[in-house]
Design a protein around this ligand. Structure first.
Ligand code: MG
Ligand code: MG
Length: 265
């Protein structure tokens, strides 16, 4: 039986994928520019403002600023999500200065000509400890594993299991409170795209089909998988305050396999 959830997944045409790639190029430009800019002494606010200038100059609109929360009138207050060290996701830029040994997640989502792109990287600032470097490399490889295994007919649970197993074999834990998502005309579309296997995923499992587009975004912690939301209503930190890494690409399913829309091509 086809689940109602799966029926809501919107498949994109080749022409629509081209439009999403244009949005993806803007996101890629922001992330590569900020990668060059991020060094000890730079503040998170400077990175956030630079990101805004770059995507605005390319004619795109940021998807995160004013993103609604449950409190009316209080949307997300920054342009990018900048998540330092023990912040997993949704960190808010402030005057904090980057220091040698930090890691910072930079997540950028934009809309261009009615289509969305969403991508994130975790940057290592100068020399980081070997275990933090490994955390970043393993989390990035989780995303690569997903991309390599995408093809029509594969069920998502198979890929989620590959990602989770790889992280856990390396001694890290996968964040289970947040998942990736379908993306298209809206930033968040069906389906939910988890990086781990759960009863909920097995109930809502879906088969990859040509034309599906997903923002795949593994989040991995050095310590426990447990995370908590701070009082600002956005910032998500690890409960044990050990570091976390996050990588994301917007990826289409094609007959030939995965087509990454946010890699700058
Ligand atoms: Mg994102
Ligand atoms: Mg996303």
């Amino acid at each position: 039986m086809v689940k109602a959830l799966n029926m809501a997944i919107k498949l994109k045409t080749r022409a629509e994928l081209d439009k999403m790639r244009s949005a993806g190029r803007v996101v890629h430009k922001v992330l590569t520019s900020l990668t060059e800019m991020a060094r000890p002494g730079v503040t998170l606010r400077e990175l956030d403002e630079a990101g805004y200038r770059i995507y605005s100059s390319m004619g795109a609109r940021g998807l995160f600023k004013n993103y609604p929360t449950y409190k009316p009138g209080e949307g997300f207050p920054a342009n990018l999500c900048l998540s330092l060290n023990d912040t997993v996701v949704h960190g808010i830029a402030d005057g904090t200065v980057l220091r040698e040994g930090d890691i910072i997640g930079i997540d950028c989502g934009v809309e261009l000509d009615g289509w969305c792109g969403d991508s994130a990287v975790t940057l290592m600032i100068g020399r980081v400890t070997p275990e933090v470097r490994k955390l970043c490399e393993v989390t990035r490889h989780m995303l690569e594993l997903a991309i390599q295994n995408i093809r029509p007919g594969v069920r998502w649970s198979r890929i989620a299991r590959l990602m989770q197993s790889y992280a856990e074999q390396n001694g890290f834990s996968v964040v289970q409170d947040f998942v990736g998502h379908g993306i298209g005309r809206k930033m968040h579309e069906e389906p939910q795209v988890p990086n781990f296997v759960s009863a909920a995923l097995l109930r809502n499992d879906f088969e990859l089909k040509e034309g599906m587009v997903m923002a795949i975004e593994p989040m991995c912690n050095l310590g426990s998988h447990a995370v908590e939301l701070l009082d600002d209503g956005w910032t998500v930190k690890t409960v044990d305050r050990r570091p976390a890494a996050h990588y994301e690409h917007t990826v289409a399913v094609t007959a030939q396999g995965a087509l990454v829309l946010t890699d700058g091509n």
